[in-house]
Write a protein that binds this ligand. Structure first.
Ligand code: KIV
Ligand code: ZN
Length: 389
């Protein structure tokens, strides 16, 4: 059987931009949208048009510029929101309205002071209204992660009958465990009669650090789209990280999935988002962190220098991260030291490296990392053993 394509829905410009301090202006949003299209994302969620005139303008301008990707605008299940989103999307080659409402009892009772029946009705009305403006309508069942599966299945069936092409199952609070989220998707696949008429989408938050794991569990169970952001940006602890999901799918080919993401662009994209949003990436972040391809302990360095596969499952060039790094610290070994000397033009014998290593350790104990200039100092002040003899 041919591999199944997993659609990548990027929400950096909407859920990612909700992060305090990450607000973008229209020029910045356009620049990122163009790069997201180059990266190969299938859907760009460009904003929440009714939220502000600035966001409306950004969605409108992005719609004019994007050629191949679907451009999506978020709305509540409110007629006016949907009309405004449709207006903002009017120039898009492939417009999508993303509308929805909270379906968990927390949302139904505390947020809406409503009933399950009323929410079901509002959900279907919203989809029907959106269908007057665009063919492609995605429905989100907010807090689906904590929504009773039987009721969720009813909502999903009703919105598909109303014309939804994609149904988003957000774990809005990042509550689910991977097996629970996977079972939720499997439940919908098995209990919603018209499920073949729509794509199920994973939208997982990272409150327990499980967003990527949950999204992968979701596609294994039958979902066909992952909603994610660059660098995992998003409300609170963030959204699912695109780079992680894409590389899980690429590394684990046996799952039978693929995406259209050009993985060599992942690191440049991560840097651009980090700079534009003024939001640093944690150094130990998978795929795009500064240390993702750095080796610093002697045991790892020795193994890596013999065969990179001993300690690396991804070639850094495959994700645009350049070369792996051998970092010199007080935990590094002789082979790493010799390697770094070689890289800057010094070829030492094994005996010389032994002597230099003792001096290197003294320097290393005084600093966090031994830098290239320290190596030059060490090399220049070293008398080769053969000369001494
Ligand atoms: O987390 C969430 O539920 C959302 C929806 C608005 C899709 O971001
Ligand atoms: Zn979200």
């Amino acid at each position: 059987m041919a591999d199944k394509k997993i659609h990548i829905f990027d929400t950096t410009l909407r859920d990612g931009e909700q992060v305090p301090g990450c607000k973008l202006n229209t020029t910045e949003k356009i620049e990122l949208a163009i790069k997201l299209e180059e990266l190969g994302v299938d859907i760009i969620e460009a904003g929440f048009p009714i939220s502000s005139p600035g966001d409306f303008h950004s969605v409108e301008e992005i719609s004019k510029i994007i050629k191949n990707a679907t451009v999506c605008g978020l709305t509540r299940a409110v007629k006016k929101d949907i009309e405004v989103a449709a207006d903002a999307l009017k120039y898009a080659k492939r417009p999508r309205i993303h509308t929805g409402i909270g379906t968990s009892d927390y949302h139904i009772k505390s947020k809406f002071n409503s009933t399950r029946e009323e929410i079901l009705e509002r959900a279907t009305q919203a989809v029907k209204w959106a269908k007057n403006f665009v063919d492609d309508v995605e429905f989100y069942a907010e807090d689906a992660g904590r929504t009773d599966n039987e009721y969720l299945a009813k909502v999903v069936e009703a919105v598909i009958a109303a014309g939804a092409t994609v149904v988003n199952i957000p774990d809005t609070t990042g509550y689910c465990l991977p097996y629970q989220y996977g079972e939720k998707i499997a439940y919908l696949v098995n209990h919603v009669k018209n499920i073949d008429k729509a794509i199920l989408s994973c939208h997982c938050h990272n409150d327990l650090g499980l967003a990527t794991a949950n999204s992968i569990a979701g596609v294994i169970a039958g979902a066909g789209q992952i909603e994610c952001t660059i660098n995992g940006l998003g409300e609170r602890a963030g959204n699912t990280s695109m780079e992680e999901c894409v590389m899980v799918i690429k590394q684990h080919k046996h799952l039978g999935f693929y995406t259209d993401i050009k993985t060599q662009l992942l690191n440049p994209m991560s840097r651009l988002v980090s700079e534009t949003m003024r939001m640093p990436v944690q150094p130990n972040k998978a795929i795009v962190g500064a240390n993702a391809f750095s080796h610093s302990s002697g045991i790892h360095q020795d193994g890596f220098l013999k065969d990179s596969l001993t300690y690396e499952i991804i070639n850094p060039e495959e994700v645009g991260a350049g070369e792996s790094k051998i970092v010199l610290t007080a935990r590094s070994g002789r082979s790493a030291l010799a390697h770094r000397f070689r890289k800057i033009g010094y070829e030492f014998t094994r005996n010389d490296v032994d002597v230099l290593y003792e001096r290197f350790l003294k320097v290393a104990d005084t600093k966090k990392e031994v830098m290239e200039e320290d190596l030059h100092e060490l090399a220049k002040s070293h008398k080769p053993i053969e000369e001494i003899a």
